[in-house]
Design a protein around this ligand. Sequence first.
Ligand SMILES: Cc1cc2nc3c(=O)[nH]c(=O)nc-3n(C[C@H](O)[C@H](O)[C@H](O)COP(=O)(O)OP(=O)(O)OC[C@H]3O[C@@H](n4cnc5c(N)ncnc54)[C@H](O)[C@@H]3O)c2cc1C
Length: 435
Amino acid sequence: MTAVSHLTGRPINRFTHIHHDTADLLAKTRMGRLMGARTGCCFQRCVGVDALNALSITTYNLDARRGTAYFQRFNRYLAYVQENDLVCDGAMTDPKGDRSLAPHEQADPDLYLRVIQKRDDGIVVRGAKAHQTGAINSHEIIVLPTVAMKEADRDYAVAFALPADTAGITYIVGRQPSDTRKSEAHAMDVGNLCYGGHEALIVFDDVFVPWERVFLCGEAEFTGELVEKFAAYHRHSYACKVGVGDVLIGAAQLIAEYNGVHRAAHIRDKIIEMNHLNETLFCGSLACAAEGRAEPSGTYSVDTLLANVSKQNVTRFPYEIARLAQDIAGGLLVTLPSAADFHSAEVGPWLKKYFQTRAGDSTENRLRVLRLIENLTLGAAAVGYLTESMHGAGSPQAQRIMIARHADLEAKKRLAKRLCGVPEDETTGRRHEEP
Ligand SMILES: Cc1cc2nc3c(=O)[nH]c(=O)nc-3n(C[C@H](O)[C@H](O)[C@H](O)COP(=O)(O)OP(=O)(O)OC[C@H]3O[C@@H](n4cnc5c(N)ncnc54)[C@H](O)[C@@H]3O)c2cc1C
């Protein structure tokens, strides 16, 4: 969980570290799984380290091409984050309005966050960032562009960081399934008694950013690289769902034991399938880390193709793991009366009598496990385990576009030609078109 800062040589939280070899990237995979397993929810720190690493690459490349001084500025900011172990929200996703239009084409120009004023001492920004995980428990908000932009969108090509309590920033927190259970008297119905997460819409209502905290301003041609690097790192980060999967598999095994079905061949096979899917996700995250390589800045980036393949699996496998957990859990998962009923003098004894299973097992413990499975597959934690697996770090199609772009079909065609005797320089017929 700790690393040595390449800037100061001091020990730092690994969530503020710049990766300098594949061992760092592999440690990040394992750290994500560990954190997911210990919290059973989104622990809200990966997005910050992903934003920092992407910025370390792009600010360096930008300076090399344009003679700017972003990299030094970024490193001063990074040292501050590392020294104080700050939690950083990676704020990328704009509201986006009509998805078929570029930022500057939107009916309302604020649907993508933009620079509305440049001053001697800094810039003023207006707009919003949607779905921001962990926003209200973050110290810092790191804003990045959400799409690759062209010159006409240069006012939207902006990256910066601000303290989360900067004047002019407002957080509007999203609802989650069963969220009011957290305010009820009996904690049991919440499922996960220890941890949870939140997302917020962050509104930037004409907010001043000093130059010292601006890392991209108007250089639209670098937005594509920044978005791609951030997205690849963030897709790598989904090792966290393997840890949450560990919790769900454990809960499914437990409920099978409480129900007395754990020796049945099909239940054992379903648990094997859940593990197979979960470990396949782990393989993907490890693989894109192991195949990482150095960027000109010295930062190690993950393998882009493998990171996208890995995240594409994440958009599917947790849903199948959740389906199997619900199969094993039985219908009581969604018909279970409340903890208030369970503890009531009037009906509680009936619940204890009719929901008992194996002799000697606690009915209450069985119900607690059911609530945890409900929490992970239908309740507040399903926001992180399922829908975030689908859309976080980009919807499934975003990964398919990247897979198409990096799959190198021409090289694969050459392999096939060589084996079946088609000349290498044969040019007739259609060529593959890049997406
Ligand atoms: C729980 C959760 C946590 C998140 N946390 C963060 C966070 O911490 N930081 C952050 O920056 N973001 C975060 N996100 C945002 C996430 O990256 C976005 O949800 C994702 O990029 C999809 O964007 P969207 O939600 O606007 O959906 P949309 O972009 O509206 O996508 C909906 C559908 O439309 C399709 N689509 C969209 N645009 C086009 C187009 N131009 N052409 C064709 N099809 C299109 C998509 O492929 C998808 O199928 C989070 C999301 C969730 C659900």
